[in-house]
Design a binder for this molecule. Structure first.
Ligand code: SF4
Length: 344
């Protein structure tokens, strides 16, 4: 069994779960008893920090009590996140946990990262003499943030099915893996009524914050573009990006090329993307400028409806009457404007 401080820093580990099972209180005690009040407060603090700062935050782990409260706050935060009942919030919270772990992993020895990778079924080989780390290509593809240029397989050497990565790369891969794991777990759980009753005022506070944020995004004017008039395909891609879903490259590409054709500036496009939980301005700016031609010699065009369907990014079930008349998403947009002008 690992040390208590390690369990507190990495509450998702098998050892931590085992510790809670052997030594922890029952869910009822955790929710209502006075000795666990601090754990409940920290649980809410984790959620607040993840929502506002994209990081669940750091607390003192100076003594045994600090560590135990930190350990117990993790399942509490997860239970409350489920009851808030919003997939965007769950993703943001998952990222907050994973990003905090990433920062800590950077300071751990490689052997510790290898042990975490093993728990996540990520196949990694380490040669301590040469100080090289290699990852099996399938695990790399499953976990690496390949939406960014430097992570694309073609930009990494591969030999015998393995890619060489750095300690920092491995920490980042574990971030993505943990984020995905927490996300999936939260999306499949149901809210427990006793958790809802105990935290009802905090849950309602988070729900109000989320509703306000959504209104702000929808109401924010973006250049001269009307979000309401976007075709279903572009609305779909935009909302997936804003809620942190893994949008295929073609989807991002089509949306940026589409918005660029509507004369949206790079900064205006970035503003639309900035509410994504994992938004990174420098990397997104690079991608946008490449597609719009600001940093390359080519200005790419948004594909037509037929190609969009081939790529699987035309949501056939959401197509409306205008979709049936047009052959290009840009025609959809101008059609919507014409319809509005014809209104009495
Ligand atoms: S038919 Fe064309 S405009 Fe409509 S959703 Fe599909 S790709 Fe977009």
């Amino acid at each position: 069994m690992r040390e208590l401080t390690t369990l507190a820093k990495y509450p998702f580990l098998h050892d931590t779960r085992h510790y809670i099972k052997e030594n922890g209180p029952s869910v009822d005690e955790l929710l209502h008893d006075l000795p666990y009040e601090r754990a409940r407060i920290i649980g809410i603090e984790r959620l607040d920090n993840a929502f506002k700062n994209r990081d669940v935050g750091e607390r003192s782990l100076a003594n045994e009590s600090d560590c135990i409260m930190e350990i117990l706050s993790y399942p509490l935060a997860r239970m409350v996140a489920v009851c808030i009942g919003d997939s965007y919030f769950k993703k943001r919270y998952a990222l907050g946990e994973a990003y905090h772990v990433y920062k800590q992993l950077l300071n751990e020895p490689t052997s510790f990262l290898l042990a975490v990778a093993q728990e996540f079924n990520v196949s990694v080989q380490h040669n301590p003499e040469k100080n090289t780390i290699k990852i099996f290509f399938k695990d790399y593809l499953r976990n690496a943030p390949t939406r960014y240029r430097e992570w694309k397989m073609v930009n990494r050497g591969i030999g015998g099915g393995f890619l060489t990565i750095s300690h920092k790369d491995l920490a980042r891969i574990l971030l993505e893996s943990l984020r995905e794991r927490i996300n999936e777990e939260l999306l499949t759980r149901e809210c427990d009524k006793s958790v809802y009753d105990t935290f009802s005022s905090d849950i309602q506070r988070f729900q109000t914050m989320l509703a306000m944020q959504k209104k702000k995004i929808e109401a924010a004017p973006v250049g001269k573009v009307s979000i309401e008039k976007l075709p279903p395909c572009m609305k779909n891609i935009l909302s997936a990006i804003q809620s942190g879903e893994n949008v295929p490259h073609m989807g991002r590409f089509s949306l940026v090329a589409f918005l660029s054709s509507l004369r949206l500036s790079t900064n205006e496009v970035l503003k639309l993307f900035s509410s994504a939980p994992d938004y990174q301005e420098d990397k997104t700016r690079y991608q946008v400028e490449h597609i719009t031609g600001a940093s390359s010699s080519t200005e790419y065009k948004c594909p037509g409806c037929e190609k969009m369907r081939t790529y699987g990014i035309c949501p056939v079930d959401k197509m409306d009457d205008v979709c049936k008349k047009v052959r290009h998403p840009l025609s959809f947009y101008s059609n919507k404007w014409k319809q509005e002008k014809q209104k009495p």
